[in-house]
Design a protein around this ligand. Structure first.
Ligand code: PLP
Length: 463
């Protein structure tokens, strides 16, 4: 009892904690008020431990050290939760947790160009108010062969907008095989039903026929819906009608046909296995009225939802009040415009990182890996080997497709792969690598040339 009341008298004041060297660096890192809050939390914790008898006490000096250490820990925890740059050495190209598609250089330049004042909704020719996103929209329409396009915040909001505008209070006919969950607990049907539309499920999980759709058409029907089952494939005894057949049915019945393509590719990607991702222009050519897809999946741009299709349908969306809720901001429109420009000038396979990564050949990667090891092996605590590996597209695209290519296996003379992985992850920039059994694997497919140097330096500096 005496001990603990002595200790309570020795507790440092908040000012004392903040007056230490590490207290001062907390103040400059997170601001005075927030540092005060954390210092108070640290001192309160110590008081709690002393009162509970978990801390036998200590000199004034010792308690001050405990408090500043705790403040430093709280400050570091806070800083770690911020968004920080990461090098993706996992080989998962559209790594959702690492921000999906890395932007092209042109898109990065567009951010610099437009982050101040810009002609977002200003027509420089007339000096009057202009329309937001006109060029990105016209490029999206041009590249997919559609009459018109509209850009919203992401593909989920695109689906929500389309259903709200065309199917609220009515039924959208959808195949049972397309009621998908796409990760992060996001179930497409839940979002679609929020619009007030009823999903009228037809067929079975693996087989749905045109006649199933026909039989479901009735007075409550307001659209036919196709959702691309992005992250899984039903293989074997399967059937679904062609887009053309559904387009014709919708036309005959007089309601819209909408396809949520999810990832989608603007132009076909000539890589093994990626070929069953929907190509948006093919859907438009097949007569689909509206197609939506993500900006930051196979397209390789910013997070956005791109809706393309018939002019009269897109116009309904553009003038819908929800469009004002879901519209994209200037940085998205600028980076999307830059990304689409690469496609328009047929430079996508050179300029868009996602395309480059998908198309990188095993030979190229082997060459890069050899050169990389040549540099890194100067660190005598580590050994490097080239092993067979597989990269994946990720982001809920092209499931089951793996891109063959060599990866680098890294071993440390005394530390395990787990320790090594954590060490790289705690660096600045953070480096995220893969662990496979007892090996740490580095896949250069998802690492840019500049990052490759940083990655080599990080490995060289490990003792
Ligand atoms: C990924 C995906 C979405 C959601 O796209 P976001 O841009 O992440 O909102 C919607 N539908 C399908 C079929 C998808 O694959």
């Amino acid at each position: 009892m005496d001990n603990s009341s002595d200790a309570l008298r020795s507790l440092p004041s908040i000012d004392e904690v903040l007056g230490t060297k590490s207290g001062q660096s907390s103040v400059s890192a997170i601001g005075h008020k927030r540092a005060v809050m954390f210092a108070r939390a640290a001192v309160d914790e110590i008081r709690g431990s002393v009162t509970a008898g978990n801390l036998a006490g200590g000199s004034r000096e010792e308690l001050l050290t405990i408090a500043t250490n705790r403040l430093e820990e709280l400050t570091q925890n806070e800083l770690r939760t911020g968004i920080r740059r990461a090098i993706n050495a996992t080989g998962v190209i559209l790594h959702t947790n690492l921000g999906r598609a890395p932007l092209s250089q042109n898109a990065l330049d567009a951010i610099t160009e437009t982050s101040g004042y810009c002609s977002l909704e200003y027509d420089l020719a007339s000096g009057k108010r202009g329309k937001r996103g006109v060029r990105a929209e016209s490029l999206a329409a041009y590249l997919t062969g559609a009459e018109d396009a509209l850009i919203v915040n992401n593909c989920a909001s695109a689906a929500f907008l389309v259903l709200s505008a065309f199917a609220k209070g009515g039924e959208a006919i959808i195949s049972r095989g397309e009621l998908v969950e796409i990760g992060g607990d996001f179930r497409i049907p839940d979002v679609l039903e929020m619009s007030g539309a009823v999903l009228r499920e037809v067929g079975t999980t693996n087989r749905t026929k045109l006649s199933d759709y026909e039989a479901a058409c009735g007075e409550h029907t307001s659209m036919i819906l196709r959702v691309h089952p992005s992250n899984y494939r039903i293989i074997g005894f399967t059937k679904k009608p062609k887009l053309e057949e559904l387009a014709e049915l919708a036309e005959k019945m007089g309601f819209p046909f909408y396809e949520d393509a999810g990832s989608g590719a603007i132009t076909a990607i000539p890589a093994a296995g990626v070929s069953d991702e929907p190509v948006i222009s093919e859907s438009i050519a097949a007569g689909v009225g509206l197609v939506s897809f993500s900006g930051d999946k196979l397209l390789g741009g910013p997070q956005a939802g791109i809706i393309v299709g018939r002019r009269n349908l897109v116009e309904v969306l553009r003038s819908h009040p929800l469009y004002r809720v879901l519209r994209a901001g200037k940085l998205v429109l600028a980076t999307l415009e830059a990304t689409l420009c690469s496609y328009a000038s047929e430079m996508e396979d050179l300029e868009i990182p996602v395309r480059r990564m998908i198309l990188a050949t095993a030979d190229e990667l082997a060459e890069r890996s050899r050169e990389f090891i040549e540099v890194c092996k100067q660190n005598s605590s580590m050994t490097f080997a080239i092993v067979r590996g597989e990269s994946v597209i990720g982001g809920g695209s092209a499931p089951g497709v793996s891109l063959n290519g060599p990866v680098i296996s890294v071993a440390h003379k005394s530390n395990s792969a787990v320790v090594l992985e954590k060490q790289l992850r705690s660096g600045d920039p953070a480096i995220v690598a893969r662990i496979d059994g007892a090996q740490l694997l580095i896949d250069l497919r998802t690492v840019s040339d500049i990052e490759e140097n940083e990655l080599a330096n990080a490995l060289l500096s490990i003792k």
